[in-house]
Design a protein around this ligand. Structure first.
Ligand code: ATP
Ligand code: MG
Length: 261
């Protein structure tokens, strides 16, 4: 049993900044615009949580709440084959790894609420080593449901998810899309990665965007916030909130092997 309570991302600089990776027992949020790589990051983490320990994995199961039907098991296998060929070239091993990732697709907020209760039961069985919710904001705006968009706050859900992380002591990773009129504008006013001279006003605008979507509880419930952004054609991961890490930014790429620093 690992004493260090982290899921390594296998992205060296990021793991160092986070003292080992995505911590157990708290919420980690991935924020960024559409297409930046949040789901790719979640797929990679799911793979790593399911891999045997001698490959740097947690040898566990994953519960993946796929709100917008963006999970792709084909893509997961592709990342596996490229990153861990010894495992994924053996068909039965590849199937076992993929079979450890349990994808839930709630069709409504009430289905999501029910699934949280089921997840609590699953977590008591101790095999689940990662919970992913991709994405939380989509649940609130209701864009994944048919019909008119809704605006609801998720205060109860946020507390419940946080308590799941705490009692089960597993990493919980939640994505959120940051919307804006244009992607360039997002990058310009939210995050000035290179110089790290984000103004208080910028930060407030960023936070208030999500607060408007998810309620004030959300901002406080998240322990680590990683912001993904693109600037001049280069993607960056920024450690925007952390109790331990300084505000660092890491350039990253997405290839057939998945997300890489
Ligand atoms: P959204 O908010 O819309 O869900 P996201 O942040 O989750 O977006 P992802 O779906 O994780 O974005 O990333 C999509 C990007 O990943 C694509 O734009 C593409 O650049 C890259 N990508 C996906 N599959 C591959 C692949 N097989 N090889 C290389 N790059 C890929
Ligand atoms: Mg996505």
């Amino acid at each position: 049993e690992h004493l260090a309570g982290h899921l390594p991302t296998h992205m060296k600089g990021l793991d160092e900044a986070l003292c080992g990776g995505i911590p157990f027992g708290v919420l980690t949020e991935l924020v960024g615009p559409a297409g930046i790589g949040k789901t790719q990051f979640c797929l990679k983490l799911s793979l790593l949580a399911s891999l045997p320990a001698n490959y740097g994995g947690l040898d566990g199961h994953v519960i993946y709440i796929d709100v917008e039907s963006k999970f792709s098991s084909r893509r997961l296998i592709e990342i596996g084959v490229k990153s861990f060929p010894e495992i994924f070239h053996r068909k039965e091993m590849a199937q076992e790894m993929a079979g450890r990732i349990h994808v839930l697709r709630p069709a409504s907020l009430s289905e999501f609420t029910e699934s949280l209760q089921q997840i609590k039961v699953s977590l008591l069985q101790n095999q689940v080593k990662l919970l992913v919710i991709d994405s939380m904001a989509a649940l609130v705006t209701g864009e994944f449901e048919h019909g008119a968009p809704r605006q609801k706050t998720l205060g109860w859900h946020v507390s419940f998810i946080k308590s799941l992380a705490e009692f089960s002591r597993i990493p919980v990773v939640v994505t959120n899309q940051v919307r804006s009129q244009s992607r360039d504008e997002t990058c310009h006013y939210f995050f000035q990665v290179q110089s790290w001279n984000e103004t208080i006003e910028d930060r407030t605008r960023h936070d208030s965007h999500l607060v408007a979507a998810l309620g004030i509880n959300w901002a406080h419930a998240v322990t680590i916030r990683l912001v993904l952004e693109a600037k001049s054609g280069q993607r960056f991961i920024k450690v925007a909130k952390s109790p331990i890490a300084p505000p660092l930014a890491f350039p990253f790429n997405i290839t057939s092997s998945g997300i890489l620093l």
